[in-house]
Ligand binder design. Structure first.
Ligand SMILES: C[S@@+](CC[C@H](N)C(=O)[O-])C[C@H]1O[C@@H](n2cnc3c(N)ncnc32)[C@H](O)[C@@H]1O
Length: 206
């Protein structure tokens, strides 16, 4: 079953801020500073689209953004965001099913992979990898476990909640760093948030 957040679109941001404060936002805003001017960007699973407002605060114009969201309700909210004079194409589909021209300078996956079982992780990862230019940047934010008991409690609660409500597949975190390693990516910068439970990494494709 697809990880479609339709049912949670109207309260997702409020709930995530209630639980994590600004940590989910800060992790993504940290990543956005690495977006070069005038770049061609692919955002997969942007949720309600507040990331577009944040990106526009940094670059008022010159960006060419392809924004892919599987949830129609999330996409509808995203289409109301301020995108300045940037060019944005909205696509309502699972990103792995969308045929796009290669050659993105930046791919952004904010809390996308933690929804999936390994098979979907591989499919999505390989698809996005092919779309990113050599030397392009992949900005990824996800949860990680660094050995604190409360991280596991929070993670399992999220999995149960979003499985019941949105049909997410996952019940454990995928080994995402391993995929980046195997595909030859180099971490150029990273930062953790919320007691290391959240990690934002900037990868460069070789
Ligand atoms: C955990 S939410 C994160 C939302 C947003 N990035 C944020 O941090 O507020 C994951 C989002 O990815 C979307 N999604 C899940 N699977 C997807 C797929 N295969 N392609 C595109 N979007 C997907 C969901 O609908 C949801 O909006």
């Amino acid at each position: 079953m697809a990880a479609n957040y339709d049912n949670s679109a109207w309260f997702y941001d409020k709930l995530s801020r209630l639980v994590y404060g600004k940590a989910l936002v800060n992790a993504q805003v940290y990543l956005l500073r690495f977006v070069p001017a005038n770049s061609k960007i692919l955002i997969a699973g942007g949720g309600t689209g507040w990331i577009l407002d944040e990106l526009t605060k940094i670059h008022q114009s010159g960006l060419s953004i392809t924004y892919v969201e599987i949830s129609a309700n999330m996409l509808a909210l995203s289409q109301k965001r301020n995108t300045g004079n940037n060019e944005v194409v909205f696509v309502n589909n699972a990103v792995e099913n969308v045929k796009l021209a290669k050659g993105f300078d930046v791919v952004i996956t904010p809390f996308l992979f933690d929804n999936f079982l390994d098979e979907t992780v591989n499919k999505v990862f390989n698809h996005l990898h092919r779309l990113l230019k050599p030397s392009g940047l992949w900005l990824n934010a996800d949860f990680q476990l660094t050995g604190h008991w409360w991280q596991n409690v929070m993670l399992q609660s999220m999995f149960v909640f979003f499985r019941l409500l949105c049909g997410i597949e996952a019940s454990r975190l995928p080994a995402i760093e391993q995929r980046f390693d195997n595909a030859g990516y180099r971490v150029i910068e990273d930062k953790t948030f919320f007691g290391e439970f959240i990690v934002a990494r900037v990868y460069r494709r070789r």
